[in-house]
Design a protein around this ligand. Structure first.
Ligand SMILES: [Zn+2]
Length: 64
């Protein structure tokens, strides 16, 4: 009998955020591999930590 290996994967999802600078909404990926900037004003709204992104903007909604 073989047992199935369960490999844990980090939860990646899209989140809707509000930029603290211009209050415009953006949809960003929470496992971004690089810095994410607001497309409206160029403010950095998420930084990468090597794994999940560190989102500095206000999260409005998590899109599953
Ligand atoms: Zn902005």
């Amino acid at each position: 009998m073989r047992r199935k290996e369960i490999i844990p994967t980090p939860k990646t999802k899209f989140v809707r955020v509000r930029c603290p600078e211009c209050s415009q909404e953006s949809i960003i990926f929470n496992a971004a591999k690089s810095e994410v900037k607001c497309k409206h004003c160029d403010e950095v709204i998420a930084t990468t930590t090597g794994g999940l992104a560190n989102i500095t903007a206000e999260i409005i909604e998590v899109i599953e």
